[in-house]
Design a protein around this ligand. Structure first.
Ligand SMILES: *Cc1c(COP(=O)(O)O)cnc(C)c1O
Length: 234
């Protein structure tokens, strides 16, 4: 039985190793702990280890957890947290997402982007968004195709209450190592091109527990890690 502290140490070591072999600075990769299905106490424990970013997939679950966590920790500690919405977005849920998250990594339709933009509270800074790319063109997966990126990025970048920070992807589960590396390569090229066009773009979110090293080799600047930190989801 490993503790979150042990797991965190292992994940940090893996990130370090991967950045060294990719000849990239350690600071170029941000760790996003993914806390879907974990309870508020687990997030509280993670906070005591210095983790302040949390990625959530299910809105109701996330909102309940935020409320529970706010009761466990000080207002000051809660203020420090940075919440990332990484799941599929239903258009009738955009208001609660715009009000309660700092990042949305799964933006893939103009209608959603427009609603998030309109519904972002004025008192809060612009909502950070990543455009989700369906890199392997899977029928069942969210995200736009790379060929639609230029037009969509221009539309998103034109929305004043959103800040376009980059791209997110979730490659197909069954790819070979070579196919996976190729998918990452396509993402990295698109990301570099986007960075040239928009000064706010700095984030390429790809890589999970099983492919963290490959994703960093492929250019990821943010890895989204659930299982390797918190154990198998039940
Ligand atoms: C669950 C999830 C993760 C984390 O996956 P692990 O394999 O548990 O590390 C990352 N990204 C997204 C979009 C997820 O839904």
């Amino acid at each position: 039985m490993f503790s979150i502290a042990d797991n965190l140490e292992n994940v940090r070591q893996s990130i370090k190793k991967a950045t060294i072999s990719a000849a990239r600075p350690l600071s170029s990769v941000r760790l996003l702990p993914v806390t879907k299905t974990r309870d508020a106490e687990t997030l509280y424990d993670a906070m005591s280890l210095g983790l302040n970013d949390f990625g959530e997939n299910y809105l109701n679950e996330a909102l309940e957890k935020q409320q529970a966590l706010a009761k466990l920790c000080s207002a000051q500690a809660f203020e420090q947290l940075c919440w990332h919405y990484i799941g599929p977005i239903q258009s009738n849920k955009t208001r609660l997402i715009a009000e309660n998250f700092d990042w949305v990594q799964s933006v893939d339709r103009l209608k959603l982007a427009q609603r998030l933009n309109e519904q972002r509270p004025n008192r809060r800074s612009a909502l950070n968004v990543l455009i989700q790319i369906n890199i392997n063109a899977e029928d069942t997966k969210s995200g736009i195709l790379l060929r639609d990126l230029d037009v969509f990025a221009a539309q998103v970048a034109g929305l004043p209450n959103l800040c376009l920070r980059g791209l997110m992807t979730l490659p197909k589960a069954s790819l070979s190592t070579t196919e996976l590396a190729h998918s990452y390569q396509l993402m990295a090229q698109a990301f570099e091109a986007l960075k040239q066009q928009y000064a706010t773009v700095d984030t390429l979110s790809m890589g999970m527990s099983a492919d963290l090293s490959e994703a960093i080799a492929g250019g990821a600047t943010m890895v989204r890690i659930g299982t390797a930190l918190f154990g198998e989801r039940v």
